[in-house]
Ligand binder design. Structure first.
Ligand code: MLT
Length: 270
């Protein structure tokens, strides 16, 4: 069921709330919306309560592009939904930027987490190279607008085989992302740019932590990302073949199995 709440500071927050039982929270990445997890929501809500939250400017959530946009602020956005629903404990899954938010959430609200899964994401800050690329992207959006930027950027997030066979799905993702205004997208990039390294948390959190990577991901490079997977005491690592940055669309069946298994594991462990 789609739900809307009105938050005194943030305005309207849109989220999907489906199923019953142990709570799985899905946080989408940049520049997507909660609907990117449509298949996962419909299948996993048969076993669990799935909450998928739209960040600012996504779905019917309010725009929020002021300068204090940050991963910490987005973590408060997530907390607001959990408070609204009186939810005390969750397994948190963050896709890419959603994973950066999940790390900021974990820093503030570790006691609320029964498990954490970084989906094509990382606990590290941006590398110097990625920072420079982000600055160039911001300049590109300021000059040419966001639509062209998204049209060029999004196809690169998929594996070459997926792009070839499912060009319709790639185009749909491009079209949907183009609904989000340039100011909002730039605010996200600036917020990601300034996020700190939170890899220390992977060592400190006393919960199961899982990572899902795609071998063909050009946004989260496998070799760099793999250096953090030994930090957690209870670490689960999945590396998907023929997959880029978007396993929820590229490998939905494998992702269902991974998420469902992780949910059961976290319930048994904590
Ligand atoms: C995302 O999918 O959220 C982005 O690729 C994250 C990023 O730009 O680091």
């Amino acid at each position: 069921m789609q739900k809307l709440m009105m938050h005194p500071r943030f305005g309207q927050i849109n989220y999907e709330d489906a199923g019953q039982g142990a709570v799985l929270v899905l946080l989408h990445g940049f520049p997507f919306h909660s609907g990117i997890f449509q298949e996962q929501i419909s299948i996993l809500s048969q076993q669990f309560r799935v909450i998928a939250i739209d960040f600012p400017g996504a779905g019917s959530s309010a725009l929020l592009s002021h300068p204090d946009m940050s991963m910490e602020l987005l973590a408060e956005w997530v907390k607001a939904v959990l408070d609204q629903e009186h939810i005390a404990q969750v397994v948190l899954v963050g896709h890419s930027m959603g994973g950066y938010v999940a790390m900021a959430f974990a820093e503030q609200y570790a006691a609320m987490l029964k498990g954490l899964l970084l989906l094509h994401s990382t606990a590290y800050a941006d590398s110097e190279e990625k920072k420079q690329a982000r600055i160039r992207s911001i300049q590109f959006m300021e000059t040419h607008g966001a639509k062209l930027f998204l049209k060029q950027m999004i196809p690169d997030l998929f594996s070459s085989s997926f792009k070839r066979v499912h060009s319709d799905q790639v185009e749909r993702v491009v079209r949907e992302s183009q609904q989000i205004p340039a100011d909002q997208l730039i605010a996200y990039y600036k917020a990601m740019l300034k996020r700190p390294d939170r890899s220390y948390l992977l060592r400190n959190l006393k919960i199961p932590i899982a990572f899902v990577f795609g071998k063909e991901d050009t946004s989260i490079l496998l070799e760099q990302a793999l250096t953090q997977v030994s930090f957690p005491a209870d670490s689960h690592v999945h590396i998907l073949d023929q997959t880029g940055h978007m396993s929820m669309l590229e490998q939905p069946k494998k992702l269902h199995l991974i998420l469902s298994h992780f949910m059961h594991y976290c319930r048994a462990e904590t």
